[in-house]
Ligand binder design. Structure first.
Ligand SMILES: Nc1nc2c(ncn2[C@@H]2O[C@H](COP(=O)(O)OP(=O)(O)OP(=O)(O)O)[C@@H](O)[C@H]2O)c(=O)[nH]1
Ligand SMILES: [Mg+2]
Length: 443
């Protein structure tokens, strides 16, 4: 018998796999072939482990939910902390993770439901039914355009792909020793900007909301403080947690000896105009016009006072290297709009000859092998594929993409984490000096 064809395009499949980590999807059930009856669904989907339900409507929405727990008709309320609802439209993904994980599903003999809030193939019909509940917080308008009629409903088995090639020869050489960490710290400690008029180079971090910009500063600060610190506010919110422009010097140890660089933290980028960090604001930062602690206003870009605007800022106040901070787990999910925004920032920076680096954060969340042992970062073919993907989407060379894991929940420093972070910082400092080495001030 010929295999049943999936309705997902390759791009949609990629978006869904990226949402769930490194997984593959196998089609178990298709309502137009097997019927919309709950019994047909259970016959093919019970006891299959984690599954992804994908429904389609004629308004162009592809939406559904993931559960990591078997369907088993047990009659029980299922606790599933990994459950989520999703929606894809015009290449953009929306994801609503389960609130606490309790009551993520009622596992009965009826059709599939999520939190008894969203029922698929309700009463054996090609419809979705919404009922009141608080296991998930979602908006039916955004999720399926309030169109409850289904044109198709599919269920996929979700299987994690084991990265068998992880122990291949590393694709970048790096020494994972205490001596190497000391050497890197020494190089950074003794780093001097190439121009005497610049006492500290300024490195600007920009990137989507929640990518790990503030955490990168916290991580570097922690390494030089000798213990985990969290001076910059980090975390998750619907919009950017960071709302101010912050210039963070880094000082070493108890003597608080200042190092010769400043990390500049910004508000997260968002795809819509009028939300998140504005491109005009980036221009003002590059020119050294925006002061420390300036509160960004996404709808009204910064205006320097006339006197200041007429007088160009000194080289010391400008930006000498820009770092795009990108969450490894979200690279495939990056919308076209955000990609376009980043590309227009990039062409502005190119015209000013400012060196650029991509910091690929959360490698631990992206690859289970790396989570297990950070020393596998440069041996993981999955991480390498993400470096290739981000390099082609943003148009930067692969050698400018640096994977890291920031400190996020740890209480103690960890040497391999430090080595990845210090390598990235060392590269930024080299790039900043390349910029200063260029005799002509491009502004
Ligand atoms: N596991 C893991 N979590 C990380 C990593 N980097 C950041 N996080 C977590 O991701 C969340 C967002 O990090 P932030 O540093 O606040 O991100 P941001 O880019 O400053 O975000 P906004 O200021 O909101 O734009 C926090 O909960 C961090 O703990 C990482 O490398 N690994
Ligand atoms: Mg932040």
């Amino acid at each position: 018998m010929a295999p049943i064809a999936s309705d997902l395009t390759e791009e949609q499949r990629k978006l869904l796999c990226a949402l769930l980590g490194n997984v593959e999807l196998t089609l178990l059930y298709k309502a137009s072939v097997h019927g919309y009856q709950a019994s047909a669904f259970h016959q093919r989907c019970d006891n299959q482990g984690p599954t992804l339900l994908v429904a389609y409507n004629c308004s162009g929405y592809i939406f559904g939910g993931y559960t990591s727990v078997d369907y088993a008709q047990s009659g029980q309320q299922i606790t599933d902390k990994e459950a989520l609802l999703f929606s894809i439209r015009h290449g953009t993904t929306l994801c609503n993770r389960v609130n606490s994980g309790r009551h993520a599903r009622l596992d009965n003999a009826g059709g599939p439901n999520f939190g008894q809030q969203l029922y698929f193939c309700y009463e054996n019909q090609p419809v979705v039914e919404e009922q009141w509940g608080n296991s998930f917080s979602f908006n039916p308008g955004k999720m399926y355009g309030d169109n409850t009629k289904l044109t198709e409903c599919e269920v996929y088995k979700v299987k994690e792909i084991l990265q068998v090639s992880v122990k291949e020869k590393p694709w970048r050489n790096i020494l994972w020793t205490a001596k190497q960490k000391e050497e890197l710290m020494g190089l950074i400690r003794n780093y001097k900007p190439l121009m005497a008029s610049v006492s500290r180079v300024r490195i600007l971090m920009i990137g989507p909301v929640g990518a790990g910009k503030s955490s990168f500063f916290n991580s570097i600060n922690s390494i030089f403080m000798g213990h985990v610190t969290s001076k910059a506010m980090s975390g998750f919110a619907g919009t950017s947690v960071t709302t101010q422009f912050r210039t963070y010097p880094v000082k070493e140890g108890c003597e608080r000896k200042p190092l010769s660089f400043v990390l500049c933290d910004t508000m997260g980028l968002e795809e819509q105009s009028g939300a998140g960090l504005d491109i005009e604001d980036i221009r003002s930062i590059l020119q050294g016009h925006i002061p420390n602690r300036y509160k960004f206003n996404p709808t009204t870009p910064f205006k320097p006072d006339e006197q200041k605007a007429s007088k160009p800022a000194s080289l010391q106040e400008k930006i000498h290297c820009v770092v795009y901070v990108i969450d490894t787990t979200k690279i495939s999910l990056m919308s076209r709009k955000l990609e376009e925004k980043l590309n227009s920032i990039r062409s502005q920076l190119n015209s000013l000859a400012i060196p650029q680096i991509v910091l690929m954060t959360k490698v631990d969340e992206a690859c289970p092998h790396v989570q297990n042992d950070l020393r596998d970062t440069y041996a993981s073919s999955y991480i390498k594929s993400k470096v290739q993907e981000v390099s082609s989407r943003l148009g930067v060379s692969m050698s400018c993409v640096l994977p890291v894991k920031n400190y996020s929940q740890e209480l103690e420093l960890e040497i391999n984490c430090d080595i990845l972070l210090l390598n990235a910082l060392q590269q930024m400092l080299r790039f900043a000096n390349d910029y200063l080495d260029d005799d002509d001030d491009p502004f």
